[in-house]
Design a protein around this ligand. Sequence first.
Ligand SMILES: Cc1cc2nc3c(=O)[nH]c(=O)nc-3n(C[C@H](O)[C@H](O)[C@H](O)COP(=O)(O)O)c2cc1C
Length: 460
Amino acid sequence: MTTKKQIHIGIFPVDVGHHIAAWRHPDVPAGGGSDVAFYKDIARTAERGKLDMLFLGDQMTAHYPEDESFGRTSRMTRLEPTTLLALLSGITSHLGLVGTASMSYFEPFHLARKFASLDVLTGGRAGWNMVTSFDDMEALNFNVGMVADPSLRYRKAHEFVDVVRRLWDTWDEDAFVRDKASGRFFDPAKLHLADFKGEYFSSRGPLGIPRSAQSHPVLIQAGSSDDGRAFAAAQAEVIFTAHPVLSEARKFYSELRERVGRAGRDPDHVKILPGSMTFIGRTREEAQEKYDLLQSLIDPQTGWMVIKKHLGVDISGLPLDEPMPAFKASATGQMSRQQVLIDAAARDKLTVRQFYERFVGSKGHQLAIGTASQVADEYEAWIDGEGADGFNLMLPSLPNALNDFVDLVVPELQRRGRFRLDYTGHTLRDNLGLPLPQHAHPASAAARRPKAADAPLRSS
Ligand SMILES: Cc1cc2nc3c(=O)[nH]c(=O)nc-3n(C[C@H](O)[C@H](O)[C@H](O)COP(=O)(O)O)c2cc1C
């Protein structure tokens, strides 16, 4: 019997949902994005649904000053991801916990230490979303004023990750003998300095954090420009991306896997997860009503601001029923996302109004509106059509849309043999089916401790 390809699923909560009007939904706690009880609820539900991971994005800015939409969005506040994930690790036992951190504003040693700590604390469930930060608003909070151009950001990023990996390889697997009788705590021969001196960064090490149950955190990436893809192919183990239709997702999937192969890595050791926004109903009509309700709650000024942010230009003054004009992606911002939107406008010959209605909610990610069975059909088509290894859920509103997903879609995927009935391992690598990373000092790899010995002490 051939086993069906399994679907990997992450949940990506942003504030109280990805839909810009989520905070106005009657079933959503408007202030949830700053409320620890809200996040605990999301994490518990995600684990009840056996999801692979919970992923927190981050930008180190509040969008100030903005335009007429200022004061009308719930996205001005955001908790620091690793702090929040450390808290969630105490109430979960299998869910992967992934945080975003910028390679432009931290030093490699900071991030190596933060994420290695999280990985040990979670028993090997941590992941790091490696971003270069594209937004000038973030740059204004540091000593730099403006973001560097994308190719320089990615050149630095390659070196940054090399340093981080070397720091994470400070210790051999069996370095800590902790022999009370002899008095020897660790074997100095099994400690390695990073001794890294590069063009942009240098760090000597050692990193004073032992290897975790999964050796080191899973590396995740989400940029899709040419430089972004080259970086992903060389460094990432999970790639988040945005595609509204399967044909685009397939192109990206095959091109990325080919690049991974050319970088000397096994393409099956990289999982590609497009974002997915789902509106689930017990009937198609109920799902459509949920979608229509949120769309009706969009404040128009905020809606145009969302479009401007993702398209790179302000189109709010254009005649609504005229075709979308041809645009070129700008040389700054999220260039690859701009291209996704520009391509969709041309491919489907959208008017300005249709463009707004389609993208103000989903922002260029897959949008699935329907019953659990219809959403499962769509997911299977993307998985079997070689467009994805799974999905990163960018649910419109929380916690209601996550409850719908876990109560309706997960059982349907399980019935179809596409999704785990229970967790089979303890680490994020186990959830994703990823191998342990190669140790820079190969003599160490043979000496891996048994996993059970790595399991953290846990209180309920
Ligand atoms: C699903 C997804 C999530 C992302 N999350 C973040 C984030 O949390 N913080 C951030 O600074 N950038 C985030 N990005 C942006 C990318 O990291 C990248 O900087 C951006 O796409 C520009 O790079 P590119 O031109 O190579 O695509 C995200 C992108 C995608 C597709």
